[in-house]
Write a protein that binds this ligand. Structure first.
Ligand code: ADP
Ligand code: 5GP
Length: 195
């Protein structure tokens, strides 16, 4: 089905690092070609093996990132694990023009900033079945060194605490069984109206 959802508001996906956000929305993109587009964020972190500049992120120096902040070029931005991440205004404008539903993968400080902006969005939180399973996924992905794993696990606790704030997220999905979690995500996104 290549049809976009009836609700065209941007979709904000958040959740601890390693919980499976990318796995879930990449499946959504594959199942619904041309219906969605990922908001390509700016980051100061280095590309992982297999990541491509301009596709996964715009990889920039700290100087370039701070320059864009000074020019008021971000819709939201935050620090995470010693790096900076942000959604540029330009990216949102370009993606919206494509006529697809824009999906943002951002952490909690970015979620708070989007909530305070004029952007009307749908907020989905992906939760792990347990911290132990989250840790094993994060390690199993093989992308992080020990220091990065520790920072991400510390941040995971903050994300999970924040997700308990009433009314912050429209939908919370526990990513235990992947097929089940994917179905829940797809059903929520494609429900006739977000009431
Ligand atoms: P995130 O984008 O949230 O950081 P990823 O999508 O990269 O997380 O997933 C982290 C790791 O967990 C990957 O190796 C992925 O294959 C694996 N994974 C994702 N969802 C599940 C699941 N439901 N069960 C088991 N492993 C999973
Ligand atoms: P990663 O380094 O694993 O790609 O991303 C680390 C964290 O940064 C994830 O929680 C991800 O959601 C978040 N993130 C990625 N891009 C952005 C962004 O543009 N803004 C904010 N606030 N967070 C982001």
């Amino acid at each position: 089905m290549a049809t976009p959802p009836t609700d065209r508001r941007p979709i904000i996906i958040s959740g601890p690092s390693g919980v499976g956000k990318g796995t879930l929305y990449n499946r959504l993109f594959a199942q619904h070609p041309d219906a969605f587009c990922l908001s390509v964020s700016h980051t100061t972190r280095s590309p992982r093996v297999g990541e491509t500049d301009g596709v996964d992120y715009h990889y920039v120096t700290m100087e370039a990132f701070e320059d864009l902040i000074a020019k008021d070029g971000f819709v939201e931005h935050a620090k995470f694990g010693g790096n900076r991440y942000g959604t540029s205004k330009m990216t949102i404008e370009e993606q919206t023009k494509k006529g697809r539903v824009v999906l943002l993968d951002i952490e909690m400080e970015g979620v708070k900033q989007i909530k305070q902006s004029s952007i009307a969005a749908r907020y989905i939180f992906i939760a792990p079945p347990s911290i132990e399973i989250l840790e094993s996924r994060l390690r199993g992905r093989g992308t992080e060194n020990e220091a990065s794993v520790q920072k991400r696990l510390t941040q995971a606790h903050n994300e999970l605490e924040f997700s308990k704030t009433p009314g912050v997220h429209d939908k919370i999905i526990v990513n235990d069984d992947l097929d089940k979690a994917y179905k829940e995500l797809e059903d929520y996104i494609y429900q006739p109206s977000d009431s």
